[in-house]
Write a new protein. Sequence first.
Length: 157
Amino acid sequence: MKRKATDQFFDTHPVFSLEEAVDFLAPPGGRAGTIERLKYHLDSGKLKGVVREIYAVVPPNVSPDNFYPDSFLVAAASRPECVFAYHSALELLGAAHSTWNIHTIFVQSPRREIQLGKIKIKFLSHPKILFSNNALKIGTRKIERQGKLPGVPRRCG
């Protein structure tokens, strides 16, 4: 039963946070039990630790050392409330004419940037004018990426 739920979770969550794993897998031992289960999969090469408490499922026959997960999913797992901004939003929508190596994300509380190979994810505070007008989500929409809709929970088994 544990294996089936874990495999189902990995199939539907190519990149995920520790909190998502705890919520969805709900193993005996709670958070500590989830950490032990994830350590097993990290050691077996099925998972790769991206940054603190963010994990990516490594595709079969790929070395974790040579694998870089989808940077948009990493950003969304790091800050589920994020809003992709500027050129990053255009890329995510498929409207950009080129790809950049920097993703710009608006978040409630900024964090240190993440480096994924050549791609840099920058977390910026929302513009003050949006705060003052209570308009943080005006003109935004959720985009499905690799079967995952960031910010919308999907429970497994």
